[in-house]
Design a protein around this ligand. Structure first.
Ligand code: TXA
Ligand code: MG
Length: 320
């Protein structure tokens, strides 16, 4: 790997500057998590409201321990099973975590990401990294370095290029601050995998009335184009009375539609593979958003495995 770029990233972060980092889920916009002034720059660059807390990225369980005041055995066993990986857990915080990172909450979100370059960077630093997804607030998360450069390039010190994100959707968030674990956000670790490990866990769906998960607003991950969610074939016959075919884009799981030009259609996975669909989802939304079309017809995937998290992103992308 590019050791010059890594060295540069380390230097910027030590000076309190912002660096976009690759993770297996999406690119993050990182700063020294223990330096409130550095963290403030993240909120500024993203135009993110202060009530939306950040995830702190660590290289080891030992480092996580410095940030949390309690690490129940059940939570630790669970974390060890899936870290490094697309899992974030929420635990009570210690005083070294600035209030800005947690939006004043007494808990902190932590995760060990599974990208070799970012793990190497984290190990070279003597502080953990606070990092939300590296997109302007409310827009689709970035899964390639070029996505970050296009939208935030002039606001940050560096984009550390680690290639395309392998998982492609954000981490699954599980809280261990109450007697029973609660899933706050579906993501790259499926509910089936969680249930196998923890037994049946409850889901606390995002909403503006759930201040425990303030970032999980109904409209999020949203492209600028209008998205119509539902049966594509049916919706196509409806909208073609009103719009020309050249104004319509399609985001399907695997089907193609003869009425619409190929360049205006994205199939998430020809072989109907959930992991492949997740990996391609955000780049597909960004691609369709750049086309000279007026609306995007999209469909939900089967509500199982990573299909649940994909559907969650699609619903929010469509809700405006
Ligand atoms: O995969 C990911 O999780 C990516 C990569 C960069 O790690 N990060 C990410 O961060 O998606 P972000 O900021 O876009 O989403 C983090 C979510 C926020 O919506 C926030 O509401 C929730 O985590 N969160 C953070 N701390 C929390 C806390 N103490 N209690 C409840 N929710 C929390
Ligand atoms: Mg985000």
């Amino acid at each position: 790997m590019d050791s010059d770029a890594l060295q540069q990233a380390k230097t910027h972060l030590e000076k309190g500057e912002l660096v976009a980092i690759p993770t297996e889920t999406v690119y993050g916009l990182a700063a020294n998590a223990l330096d409130a002034a550095a963290v403030a720059k993240i909120f500024q660059a993203k135009n993110r409201p202060n009530f939306d807390p950040l995830i702190v990225h660590c290289h080891s369980i030992e480092q996580v321990r410095t940030l949390v005041s309690k690490f129940p055995a059940k939570a630790e066993k669970f974390a060890r099973r899936f870290w490094p990986g697309p899992l974030t857990i929420i635990l009570p915080k210690t005083r070294i975590v600035p209030d800005l990172v947690t939006s004043g909450l007494p808990s902190v979100a932590v995760r060990i990401p599974r990208h070799p370059l970012t793990l190497q960077l984290l190990r070279s630093l003597d502080f953990p990294l606070a990092a939300p997804s590296a997109n302007p607030f409310g827009y689709v998360s970035p899964t390639k370095a070029a996505h970050v450069t296009a939208q935030l390039g002039d606001k940050i010190a560096q984009v550390l290029d680690g290639g395309e994100c392998q998982v492609g959707i954000e981490s699954t968030i599980v809280s261990f601050t109450e007697p029973n674990p609660i899933v706050y956000r579906l993501g790259g670790l499926s509910l089936e995998q969680i249930n196998k490990d923890l037994g049946k866990v409850s889901l606390r769906p995002h909403s503006s009335s759930n201040p425990q998960a303030p970032g999980m607003l109904a409209s999020h991950y949203a492209p600028k184009k209008r998205i119509i969610l539902g049966d594509i074939k049916q919706n196509l016959s409806k909208v073609l009375g009103q719009y020309e075919a050249k104004s319509v884009g399609i985001l399907s799981f695997s089907d193609v539609f003869a009425e619409i030009a190929n360049g205006q259609q994205v199939r998430l996975s020809e072989k109907r593979d959930f992991a492949e669909a997740a990996q391609r989802l955000f780049a597909a939304l960004r691609y369709l958003d750049t086309l000279p079309i007026e609306l995007i017809l999209a469909e939900l995937l089967p509500e199982e495995d990573l299909g649940r998290a994909i559907n969650d992103r699609l619903r929010r992308a469509a809700s405006k």
